[in-house]
Design a protein around this ligand. Sequence first.
Ligand code: 5AD
Ligand code: SF4
Length: 468
Amino acid sequence: MSKKLFIKTWGCQMNVYDSARMADVLAPLGYRPVDEPDGADMVILNTCHIREKASEKVFSELGRLRQLKDIKAEAGDGRMIVAVAGCVAQAEGEEIVARAPYVDIVFGPQTYHTLPEMVAKASRRAGSVLNTDFPVESKFDFLPDESAAQGVAAFLAVQEGCDKFCTFCVVPYTRGAEFSRTGAQILAEARRLVAGGTREINLLGQNVNAWHGDGPDGATWGLGRLVRELAEIDGLERIRYTTSHPRDMDDDLIRAHAEVPQLMPYLHLPVQAGSDRVLAAMNRKHTADDYRRIVDRLRAAKPDLALSGDFIVGFPGESDADFAETLRLVTDVGYAQAYSFKYSPRPGTPAALETAQVPEDVKDARLAALQQLLNAQQQAFNQSFVGQTVPVLFDRVGKRGGQLLGKSPYMQSVHAEANDRLLGRIVEVRIDAAHPNSLAGTVATGEYTSSPTGQIGRNGTQTLEATV
Ligand code: 5AD
Ligand code: SF4
């Protein structure tokens, strides 16, 4: 009999990916995903610990779930298994078990391939099952194949964990050491995805450009080589990768941006801050000028490359002059899109112990100033497309009938009136209007291109007048 599984996900793309894989692992046990926790047979909270208030959110959500669990039991409708997963589980597992004993399972990001055993154990006995090990085996060797279709644009985890130990960050503690999957495993999974209809693959990793592995040819591959091999897969039209560290941006990967047309001209390359003093205190292992030089080399390889970044304001000891350096770096680089955060002390990280914490009101003011600059850059970037035609991979139907949504090569969301038959295809769209977070356009009648960026000619142009 089919059982109802509800998963709530916080945080990064890796967590979104993990949640999908948890559903894959539980499918053979009869669990099917549902959209509401009410009456579910199993509820998983897949949590994020990167910034503050994460655990408080989890405990308040658990309070609500406890009620739903009681209602289900009182109705004689069986037991609701409540599980907490992800980075809060990894960091605060013991506390969760102590504070919320009605939680049945607590497990970290590296153990979810053993969910069937954990569920069996939890079903047999009262009390919580706690599993926050970093097992010697890799979960990737035990996970089932990806569920049939991830869709037109899919994520593929290639690397996990981090050895960089930036002093503000919990990831090395919650996700563990850097780990790369093998080239053969990744290529096989990519081929399966493409056979299932995927046209764009976003390679996922906490430190994705640190990926390295033995290729099927016996040589050690870096990410640049992996991208080239993926580009050989027939039908895979777009390749992206996220998130990168400046230190791992090697020559071959930069060259791949020039040479592989399927590699999209958009790169998320966090710098965090613009002051060398702060970068050193963050243990980023690069200076602001190192970063500027990497951007220059990338743009020399791919002149239309658009950049996205992550920034932290109010890191301990950050002065007004340090912050001004961040603004200067942003002005120099010019971002198409960015994420910016107030520094939040994370328990167990070195920066949390610093005495020179920046007052909250100063952080607020710096964040507002930075976001004003970044928003202006994003607006200008989006505005520069109005009147231009861009190739859009339509991957979703819009909320309004007759509308499709897709992505430009530069990761902008684009919506346009279009026939459903254009789903899964790269279509030339003339941009009519730019909004802060999206573009609106009109399908350029009769234009269809199979070229991933629209920059390598119009090979494959064919008339689609009947369908647009
Ligand atoms: N405080 C604020 N932002 C943080 N990030 C990571 N740790 C912290 C923290 N303690 C941000 C970084 C990182 C992004 C995923 O989250 O900018 O790149
Ligand atoms: Fe965290 Fe730094 Fe590793 Fe990124 S590189 S995951 S910010 S420790």
